[in-house]
Design a protein. Sequence first.
Length: 528
Amino acid sequence: MLETFDSWVLPLGALSTIVLATLYVYFKISYSYWETRGVPTLKPTAPFGNFAHSIKSGNNPEYETVELYKALEGHKVGGLYRFTYPSLLIRDTDIIKNILVKDFAHFFSRGLQVDEESEPLDGHLFALSGTKWRNLRVKLTPVFTSGKIKTMFGTVVDCGRELQECLQESARNGRPVEIKEFLARYSTDIISSCAFGIKSNCLRNPHAEFRSWGKKIFEPHLRQRITSFLNLLFPALVPALKLSLIPKDVSNYFRRMVKQTVEFRQSNNVVANDFLQLMMKMKNKTLGAAEGEDVQLLQKQTHALENNEPFEVTMDVIAAQAFVFFVAGFETSSTTMAFCLYELALNPGIQERLQAEIDSVSEQHGGNITYDSILDMQYLDKVVNETLRKYPPVVLITRECTKTIKLSGTDVTVEKGVQVLLPILALHRDPKYYPDPERFDPERFSEEERKKRPQFSYIPFGEGPRLCIGMRFGLMQTKVGIVSVLSKYDVRASEETPRRIVFNKKGLLLSHEGKLWLQLVNRQERLY
């Protein structure tokens, strides 16, 4: 019996030694990728690479790039590892510019893997790459011109006026408000009207259907966290496992709602002034040309991606674009407005200066909020820019190298398939570009201060051909929301207002932990 036991122990011991030796060699070779290429790197931890902390804690790995960025101080780039896969963190603004613009043909892919058959709503502009992305971007460009957006301005102002009214009771009673919730409902009302032509009435009814579905999209759940995690660390596994960030019931609702709305309009000859109507025109090939400069620049920057691959605008294509417009439009804008009002509550001098501009410019435009009056508010523009500097909705941009290239100004060659990381939050908080970065200072965006720093040290919407297509619309509804609140109310910190923002590091987009309470005071009571 003892002999039999010994005969098993020796082979198992030998096998364990072989396995451990093999793993050691595997990780040793894998983690020498950047070192052998002369690229500065940070010591990885097997098997997690440089993202051990976020992997163990269940946080979004994108937030860890802020600390990795700081650890690579003094270097233009830094080699990192997602488990054993090499990634390159870019710290130099000139290299970032080249990746996003000059060398776009080498970095047009976000590196996201989607399976449109499994989840049709994943076939949206943000996730797609290559010629399919380009064909869709060219077709969508006419939808987001300033002229088209201007036609929706009246709807945005109406929602702003309703926001004022809904805040009145809290201001009158002196009770603090959870400002993000009100602003999310305001944004949802705008997007439901401007995207789908549906009056969702979320401001009046916090339990309205559209608001409930909007919340559900961003509710943290295990499947979403796994998908987000794999998108950064193992993108190829996402379609293989048929994963998606979009919950299936959410997908079914939006696809059904878009299909029913389109069919109703076609059957009853209903014409609306919204995003869905423009998408229907795009499908029917009756949408007019975009403003020349927009399309010409896009075609010039993406000429390397041209081919004759046919691209059909189907109902699912429409639903996917409408969905991402809804998601990006309400969440990023409401968060930006909330952070902005929070900072103004802590900085009353800045708030008073902005209110003075709002009052003065509005008076010049007949006492109303108009499209031109918003454009004329230059200090408002600085305040919003500083908010997006300190709190960019997207923490990190990823690009996958699609064709091997040597980075300009370096000896570093990026091979096909390697992911590059462009750390927006880390750039925006770098004291080299923004001294005392925690301080909220809109004058950072004066013409004089802008000239002191490189352009690509500020990229809240990305840049180049993949610049956020809804940027103009998002800024418009954000500014109208801020003006609607500040023209009628002072915002002040209450006892419940946090004096320091703590980020929710499990979220997909930049957000704060907990609720954001602010005190509203009717300005007429203060002035009179």
